[in-house]
Ligand binder design. Structure first.
Ligand SMILES: Cc1cc2nc3c(=O)[nH]c(=O)nc-3n(C[C@H](O)[C@H](O)[C@H](O)COP(=O)(O)OP(=O)(O)OC[C@H]3O[C@@H](n4cnc5c(N)ncnc54)[C@H](O)[C@@H]3O)c2cc1C
Length: 347
C-alpha cells in the first residue's frame, strides 16, 4: 500500500527535527526517515547558542536575526512537548591569558552588545582565574538530546517516523514526484548531515567535515546554570554532568575518540578546575561544516523533487529553526532564501 505525502525528510538530527516541526505546524503531510546507526552531530552537540565568537569576540553571522528567532522557536517547541529545552545560561569567561583579557576589555568599549562585567571572586572557589573574568549575556543552553528524543516519540506515535536506512538507489524520480519504497512524495528534503556528502545530487557542495570530541564529566558542586570558558568550555549537560570540549579537526581518519584529546582535556581541567571530577564518557561527532561557513539551503538546480537543508557547521542550534522555516516558505510560496545560505549561489 502506498502512502502519499507532500514531503519526505531524510534525517532527524536538529535540522530534520526542525524541518518536521515546521511542516507539522503548517499542517502539511510528511514522513521522516532516520537511521540511528548513522553518525549524528546533534547527538554530541553541547547545545550552546552564543552570539559572539573567536579571539576577537565578534558577533556571529546574522545573529541579531537568528537569535531572537531561535529563542522564540525553542520556547514554542518546549511548550508543545511540555519538557524543559531552553535555558538562559550566561558564559563566564575566565580569561586564559593577559592577551585574551585585553581583547575582552577592548570589545567591552567597542561596539559591545553582549559582553558584561563579572566579579572573578565569585568564581575562584571553582576555578583558577589569574587573569580575571568577563561574561557574555544572551547565551542559551539547549537540551538537544531531550528535544530530538521527545520529538521522535511524537513522530513515532503519529506514525510519521520511519526507522530505516535511506539509500538514493531505492528512489524513483518521476516528473514532479518521487517514490521511495512505499512513500510517494512531491519532494525529498535532505537533512542528513554529513551523509549528504555521499549523495550524488549534492556531493558537489563544498562540504569540509570537521571532527569534534567532548568528555562528559561529573563535577559535583559546580553550579549548572552557567557555561564556563577558559581554553576549554565546561557546559551543563544534565544533573551534575558537564560537557567538556572541544577540538576542531579538519583531517581525521575515522570517528574514534582519541587518547590525545582526552589527555589534553585532563591537563586543561587539572589546570583550570579546583573541584574534583570524574570522567564518565568520551563522545565524538562530525560537524557538517563547509569552506564558506554558510548553510546549504534550497532546491536542486535540475531535479526539483530534491531539496536540502544542511551545512550548519558549528552553529546548528541557532541556524536550524530559521533556515528550515525559510526553506519551507521557499518550497510552498517561492519566498526567497537568504542569498548567502541558498545553494543557488553555486549555480
Ligand atoms: C563536538 C560538537 C559540539 C557541537 N556543539 C554545538 C553547539 O554547542 N552549538 C551548535 O549550534 N552546534 C554545535 N555543534 C554543531 C551541531 O552539532 C551541528 O551543526 C548540527 O548537529 C547539525 O545537525 P544536522 O541535523 O544537520 O546533522 P546530524 O545531527 O548529523 O543529523 C543527521 C541525521 O541524519 C541521519 N541519517 C544520516 N544518514 C542517513 C541515512 N542514510 N538514512 C537515514 N538517516 C540518516 C542520522 O542518523 C542523523 O539523525 C557541535 C558539533 C560537535 C561535533
Amino acid at each position: 500500500m502506498q502512502t502519499q505525502v507532500k514531503y519526505l525528510i531524510v534525517g532527524q538530527g536538529i535540522v530534520g527535527t526542525w524541518m518536521s516541526y515546521q511542516l507539522d505546524q503548517a499542517g502539511i503531510a510528511y514522513r521522516i526517515v532516520n537511521d540511528e546507526s548513522m553518525p549524528s552531530a546533534s547527538r554530541v552537540a553541547s547545545g550552546v547558542m552564543n552570539p559572539v565568537t573567536g579571539r576577537r569576540i565578534v558577533q556571529t553571522w546574522m545573529i541579531e536575526t537568528l537569535l531572537p528567532y531561535a529563542v522564540n522557536a525553542y520556547a514554542a517547541i518546549q511548550a508543545k512537548l511540555n519538557i524543559p529545552i531552553i535555558q538562559k545560561a550566561p558564559v563566564i569567561l575566565l580569561h586564559p591569558s593577559e592577551q585574551m583579557k585585553e581583547s575582552f576589555q577592548y570589545r567591552m568599549t567597542h561596539e559591545n552588545i553582549y559582553l558584561i562585567h563579572q566579579d572573578p571572586t565569585q568564581w575562584t572557589p571553582y576555578f583558577n582565574a589569574p587573569f580575571g573574568a568577563g561574561g557574555i549575556d544572551e547565551c542559551y543552553w539547549l537540551d538537544i538530546n531531550k528535544m530530538t528524543r521527545t520529538w521522535k516519540t511524537y513522530l513515532v506515535s503519529s506514525e510519521y517516523y520511519i526507522n530505516a536506512h535511506f539509500d538514493m538507489k531505492d528512489v524513483e524520480l518521476h516528473e514532479n514526484k518521487v517514490q521511495w519504497k512505499n512513500i510517494v512524495a512531491e519532494k525529498i528534503i535532505f537533512c542528513d548531515g554529513i551523509a549528504s556528502m555521499q549523495n550524488s545530487y549534492f556531493n558537489e557542495l563544498p562540504f569540509a567535515p570537521n571532527k569534534g570530541e567532548a568528555l562528559i564529566v561529573k563535577i559535583p558542586g559546580l553550579p549548572n546554570q552557567n557555561i564556563y570558558k577558559n581554553t576549554i568550555s565546561v557546559i551543563p549537560w544534565k544533573d551534575d554532568l558537564f560537557w567538556v570540549g572541544s577540538n576542531y579537526e579538519w583531517t581525521f581518519e575515522d570517528m574514534a575518540p582519541t587518547a590525545a584529546f582526552k589527555e589534553k582535556m585532563i591537563q586543561s581541567l587539572d589546570h583550570f578546575l579546583k573541584l574534583p571530577y570524574e570522567i564518565v564518557d568520551h563522545i565524538v561527532g562530525i560537524r557538517p561544516t563547509n569552506t564558506q561557513r554558510r548553510p546549504f539551503v534550497g532546491i536542486h538546480p535540475t531535479q526539483n523533487q530534491l531539496a536540502i537543508c544542511n551545512g550548519m557547521g558549528t552553529k546548528g542550534c541557532s541556524l536550524a529553526p530559521y533556515f528550515t522555516a525559510q526553506l519551507l516558505a521557499h518550497l510552498e510560496y517561492g519566498a526567497p532564501i537568504e542569498a548567502e545560505a541558498s545553494i543557488a549561489r553555486f549555480a
